[in-house]
Design a protein. Structure first.
Lengths: 265, 432
């Protein structure tokens, strides 16, 4: 725990990007998320921490309605992005997911070329009018994901041939290629070695300038390193939510304190 | 670290189990070997046939009495009119080669297939200008003579046989020395049509192969799209509830339904109710589609299940719709598995006989290959396994030999299809 350096956390803006009120999630009979209220700010990295099975990934997947793909999942409550209720009947989950990008735990590039991996999103959403524009979008996305220099000479090579860290950055490039406003990351570094982790973390910090980033992590050091705000989940409850510095140095709730000092989890 | 009693026992058990396994494999391989040896030793004879080469003088006074070369007049001469020409050809041959024989010309011509006169007649009808010339023909020998050259018929075995005499066999021996009678590869067995009971030497697999081909075409055109669409819907879109559970169980049950049941269903629905033509490959194809569907659905669903869910998540995560994620990512990855399952389903359908019994594809002799796709699908025809069954149940041992030969052809098709399936799986299988 000696790596708990708390960087200066200038929250650049106070505007609220995502507002969740009274969110309940049920998987069949299992009450996975209990009455969660949270406001996630724009251009901020928000970390969700908590022990396994506490519901942090479930809650993350509510934010882009990925839970819709699970038959038994049922969501109640109100989640608004920029004031718009994303569970409104008029909202198309496909449109929503273009606006709220997602990066998964295990790097999951399509078994296609690096170029096609990144170009897929823009193609299906019709973001490029022609090949030159698409090339630009792909390059910009790969630059944002800090992987352009490594892959620019082999865009036609399969994405699955990259190393784990490169694959994960490729997935980030793929997510940012559709110009999302929010980027959800579900334990993006759990399958990576420390060097690749450091690269991705550095990238997350850069992404903050353009996006509101929500990251689920098992590593408290990682939460401390990359996030400005931290939410601690325990048994489906949002126990504590605040400035990362406060959560780690001066937690209000005894459960938070127990967790960050390693007594539960 | 000496072996104690317990370890020794454990090791002995393991050695015993390995021995059982090797024994089981050996028995299996032995059975296969016996089967293959049997098929090859009995069936290869069918690919060879005895031919008799003769110069036949096409006498004008027999074939065209008026001498006007009017096709109508020539047609009036039946095969009986051609028989004397064959006898004459033998007489000429005997004189030329100096063969001594007590046989009458009629007996000499008896070593030819019953179809020889018809062969002569068809040749003349197709080109009347040959009348009056002498032409060299290759005639099929009768099945008994063919059997004599293949050691199926001997002088002892024909004691009570009215179809061939010892004298004729002696005559055949002379002709073999003269190079007139010889046994060689018979392409007609592969390309030709089935024949009547009296002429086993002329029977071939070709037309029933075409019947099988059109049946497979119907199966592929129906079972692949229906099976794949059903699997994709069940696997990717359908909610999990009691209804889909019932459907799932029933698809598995369908795979276990005896094929004869599908046959009687086909008879009742397609022929008696829908009045589709009897014996048509289309009906056979429809029945076999019902049989193949469960195989294709089960293998397609397995192939779809094998695609990692992370690929679906990835596609959904960038905002692809469910259908886009399936058609852009999941289906291409599952394609090799689907293809393999389809080919294996087709191979299974190709060898299926029982349902064809009930829709009249057995016992029918199709003499001409169909001339268009529609007639290929709708005209009465047989299929390879039905043809084999048909030959196997006829009394003449010459047909029995052809049944084994047919099995070789059928097995070659099946082996080819399964090999293609394996190659496709090897080549396109993607490992994560």
């Amino acid at each position: 725990m000696n790596d708990m350096r708390i960087v200066e956390r200038n929250v650049d803006t106070d505007s609220i990007k995502i507002a969740a009120r009274g969110v309940q999630v049920f998987y069949g009979d299992n009450h996975a998320i209990k009455d969660v209220d949270v406001d996630i700010q724009d251009k901020t990295v928000t970390a969700f921490i908590g022990p396994s099975g506490c519901g942090k990934s479930t809650f993350l997947r509510c934010l882009n309605r990925m839970n819709d793909t699970i038959d038994v999942a049922r969501i109640e409550g109100d989640i608004r992005i920029d004031g718009e209720d994303i569970y409104d009947k008029k909202v198309d989950p496909v449109q929503l997911r273009a606006k709220v990008g997602m990066v998964f735990q295990k790097p999951n590039p399509f078994p296609k070329s690096i170029y096609d991996n990144v170009a897929y999103g823009p193609r299906i959403h019709g973001l490029a009018k022609n090949k030159a524009e698409l090339d630009q979008i792909v390059e910009r996305a790969l630059r944002r994901a800090a992987i352009w220099n490594e892959v620019k000479d082999r865009l036609a090579a399969p994405g699955t041939g990259l190393s784990g860290g490169q694959q994960q950055r490729l997935c980030i490039a793929r997510a940012v290629a559709t110009e999302p406003e929010v980027l959800l990351m579900d334990e993006p570094c759990s399958a990576l070695d420390p060097i690749a982790t450091a690269q991705v973390e550095e990238l997350i910090d850069e992404l903050r300038q353009n996006y509101s980033v929500v990251i689920v992590t098992h590593s408290m050091q990682q939460a401390a390193r990359v996030s400005q705000k931290t939410a601690f989940f325990h048994l489906g409850n949002l126990v504590e939510y605040g400035e990362t510095g406060n959560i780690f140095t001066n937690p209000e709730d005894p459960r938070t304190e127990s967790y960050i000092t390693g007594r539960i989890g | 670290m000496q072996q104690d009693a317990r370890t020794r026992k454990r090791n002995a058990a393991e050695a015993r189990f390995k021995a059982y396994g090797i024994a089981a494999i050996t028995i299996g391989m032995l059975m296969l070997l016996i089967l293959v040896f049997n098929i090859i030793s009995r069936g290869t004879g069918a690919f060879q046939q005895t031919f008799v080469t003769l110069e036949v003088e096409l006498l004008a006074e027999k074939l065209d009495k008026k001498g006007e070369r009017n096709p109508e007049d020539i047609k009036k001469v039946s095969t009986f009119g051609y028989t004397p020409l064959l006898r004459g050809a033998f007489e000429a041959k005997v004189a030329e080669q100096g063969i001594e024989t007590e046989l009458s010309p009629k007996e000499m011509a008896g070593i030819l297939s019953a179809g020889a006169a018809a062969q002569l007649r068809n040749f003349v009808l197709s080109d009347p200008s040959v009348i009056g010339t002498t032409v060299e023909f290759e005639f099929l020998a009768s099945s008994r003579v063919d059997g004599y050259l293949k050691d199926r018929v001997s002088r002892d075995s024909i004691a009570n046989d009215k179809n061939v005499s010892v004298g004729q066999l002696d005559f055949v021996d002379r002709l073999i020395e003269a190079g007139t009678v010889e046994k060689r590869f018979n392409l007609d067995f592969i390309t030709g049509a089935d024949s009547s009971d009296a002429r086993p030497e002329a029977a071939g697999m070709g037309v029933s192969m075409i019947g099988s081909f059109f049946m497979m075409l119907a199966v592929l055109a129906l079972a692949l799209p229906i099976g794949v669409a059903a699997s994709i819907y069940l696997e990717e879109f359908a909610p999990r509830n009691w209804l889909t559970d019932i459907i799932e169980v029933n698809i598995s049950n369908l795979a276990a339904v005896p094929s004869i049941v599908f046959g009687i269903l086909g008879l009742a629905v397609f022929i008696n109710y829908m009045h589709l033509p009897t014996s048509a490959p289309l009906v056979g194809g429809l029945v076999l589609t019902l049989m193949t569907l469960p195989t294709i659905i089960i293998s397609t669903r397995a192939a779809l299940k094998a695609v990692p869910p992370s690929i679906r998540d990835a596609a959904l995560g960038v905002g692809a719709s469910k259908m886009q994620s399936v058609f852009h990512h999941v289906l291409p990855l599952a394609a090799p598995g689907i293809l393999t399952g389809t080919i294996i389903g087709l191979a299974q359908a190709l060898g299926e006989t029982a349902p064809l019994l009930l829709i009249g594809m057995v016992g029918f002799i199709a003499s001409n290959p169909p001339d268009s796709i529609a007639s290929g699908l709708l005209d009465p025809n047989s299929a390879m396994p039905a043809q084999i069954y048909e030959w196997a149940k006829r009394a003449d041992p010459a047909f029995y030999e052809r049944a084994w030969g047919g099995i070789i052809i059928l097995l070659l098709f099946l082996i080819t299809m399964n090999t293609i399936a394996v190659i496709l799986r090897r080549r396109f299988e993607r490992r994560w």
